[in-house]
Design a protein around this ligand. Structure first.
Ligand SMILES: Nc1ncnc2c1ncn2[C@@H]1O[C@H](COP(=O)(O)OP(=O)(O)OP(=O)(O)O)[C@@H](O)[C@H]1O
Ligand SMILES: [Mg+2]
Length: 366
């Protein structure tokens, strides 16, 4: 019996089973109604209706609205051959963004014009690609910044040395006070340049090479000691939920403190102009060999359409922001083999979760 004959022997039930169990999401649409979707399609789209995506452009990421609308127009004119469409869309609660690739084709069955849509979930692949791209950019930028900072630093130390000599000479010659004051002002300006350069140098340097036992709860308390003076006057209530049995983290405490500090400053900035309760909640806990530091606030939260951009270097929505804070955090944490995620807090504001790996058998007191 040839293959064709073998296939003919299969009952239509068997073919249906093949579709049901397929690893590709398959949907059939008649008019504007989904008349069939297999288990994989249900898993990919969840509670989102693909017809709302295709024909209303609902849930679609703003960047992809155009391509989805263009495809809908082609479909409305009738498909002569299958077309491919790649786009991203949000879940109904807007917490999740998914990437999919769809092949849309006409399926003329029993006088009906059906659309068949085969879908692949590209989310994991896209997220990995994005992480690699971001890491690359941050790394390149870090190298570049270090180079420039170095170039400025050397002549700047020359300027400082000669300013010092000039000041001494001026005193020896019994120069005027206002001349010395002018040199002081130049020194103040060079100091400012040096401070900025030091900040930039931080951008290139992370503490991933330093390996000490760090008590995360202590690091949080240290940072809060410093930031208290600005949080209190801003009317921000700090809530701490620190796990007493948190394992120790192996790394560099300065880096961890800087990561926490950046998150606290961002939360404070976000709550600056809100009405009502200003809450900053910092929690720690461990789960499955990981330490989790959660920084949640009651600010306005982070709009979905910028969530993907906030870790990019120099992305800022603030008038005086440099947009370095979160990209520094991202580099530092990924170099430790950890992760940083963003979401919505229980208070309706932003929530950042810093997830750090734990080396085995490191326990500490809270
Ligand atoms: N807790 C938060 N609530 C709301 N938006 C936030 C929060 N944290 C970060 N963001 C958003 O992410 C952007 C990037 O943050 P990031 O810390 O990288 O830069 P920045 O705070 O703007 O500047 P910098 O940290 O360099 O001073 C912010 O401009 C803001 O739009
Ligand atoms: Mg910041």
């Amino acid at each position: 019996m040839d293959n064709e004959a073998k296939i003919k022997q299969l009952q239509s039930y068997d073919f249906r089973k093949l579709v049901e169990d397929s690893l590709i999401g398959i949907l059939l649409i008649e008019g504007s109604e989904i008349i069939y979707r297999n288990a994989k399609a249900a898993e990919i789209f969840g509670d989102v209706d693909l017809t709302d995506i295709l024909f209303e452009c609902s849930y679609v990421h703003p960047d992809d609205c155009r391509i989805v609308a263009d495809t809908a127009e082609i479909i409305s004119k009738g498909l002569s051959e299958p077309i491919d469409l790649e786009f991203s869309f949000y879940s109904k609660d807007e917490e999740q963004l998914k990437w999919v690739s769809c092949r849309i084709s006409n399926l003329p069955i029993a006088d009906k014009d059906l659309l068949m849509i085969e879908t692949l979930d590209l989310t994991v692949r896209k997220q990995l690609e994005k992480a690699v791209r971001l890491k690359d950019r941050v790394y390149t930028l870090g190298r570049l910044t270090a180079g420039i900072a170095h170039q400025i630093r050397s002549p700047l130390s020359g300027v400082n040395i000669y300013l010092d000599i000039l000041k001494k000479k001026l005193r020896e010659l019994g120069g005027k006070k206002e001349d010395e004051a002018a040199i002081d002002k130049i020194e103040l300006a060079t100091q400012k340049i040096e401070d900025s350069i030091n900040k930039l140098m931080h951008f290139a340097k992370t503490g991933a090479t330093i390996q000490m036992s760090v008590n995360i709860n202590t690091a949080i308390r240290e940072v809060l000691k410093i930031s208290e003076t600005s949080l209190k006057p801003a009317g921000i209530e700090v809530r701490l939920n620190l796990d007493k049995n948190l394992p120790a983290f192996t790394g560099d405490s300065d880096t961890i403190e800087r990561v926490i500090m950046n998150l606290i400053i961002n939360a404070k900035d976000a709550m600056e102009s809100i009405e009502g309760e200003k809450l900053l909640e910092i929690s720690t806990y461990s789960e499955g060999g990981k330490i989790i530091i959660r920084v949640a606030d009651s600010g306005p939260g982070i709009p979905n359409n910028i969530r993907e951009s906030i870790f990019q270097p120099f992305f800022s929505t603030k008038q005086s922001g440099t947009g370095i804070g979160l990209s520094l955090n991202y580099t530092a944490i990924t170099e430790y083999g950890g992760k940083i995620t963003v979401g919505t807090s229980a208070y309706g504001g932003a929530e950042f979760n810093v997830i750090l790996p734990v080396k085995e058998e490191s326990q500490q007191d809270g």
